[in-house]
Design a protein around this ligand. Structure first.
Ligand code: ZN
Ligand code: ZN
Length: 135
């Protein structure tokens, strides 16, 4: 057995009669083998997995996608904010802090954000070029 000899094995937080197998990698809750969700190699507890799988998209995910779209219409600046929010949200989803439902929004925010950045630079270059030759 691999239990530390000086401590009694701690019980599963959901099943007091079961010995906890491993702490959840996200929240640290100790759960038994039956409770550890099979979410890839994550080793999350049932609560964390359910929250990640079933929860609604976070405001940050939605804002990221929307800002990316708005930026394409409005001088690209909101798109840069969307880009930052998108990356922030994707990291947060990986950690399990926000539900996976937001992933598509965040991805859209990142893709649109890069488009905003690219187009902003292109427009800036064209404006500079036009200014150079118009004077
Ligand atoms: Zn957990
Ligand atoms: Zn359990």
């Amino acid at each position: 057995m691999r239990e530390a000899p000086e401590h009694l094995p701690s019980p599963c937080i959901f099943h007091p009669t079961q010995v906890a197998a491993a702490p959840c990698r996200r929240c640290g809750a100790r759960t038994c083998v039956a409770c550890l969700a099979l979410s890839g190699a994550r080793g999350w507890c049932r609560d964390c997995d359910e929250r990640s799988r079933l929860g609604p998209a976070s405001w940050r995910a939605v804002a990221s996608g929307l800002l990316g779209g708005v930026g394409l219409c409005l001088a690209f600046v909101p798109g840069l904010l969307g880009l930052a929010l998108g990356y922030w949200e994707l990291r947060s989803i990986e950690r399990g802090d926000t539900p996976r439902a937001g992933r598509e929004w965040a991805r859209a925010g990142v893709v649109l954000g890069w488009m905003n950045l690219g187009m902003g630079v292109a427009v800036g270059l064209v404006a500079a070029w036009v200014g150079l030759f118009a004077s």
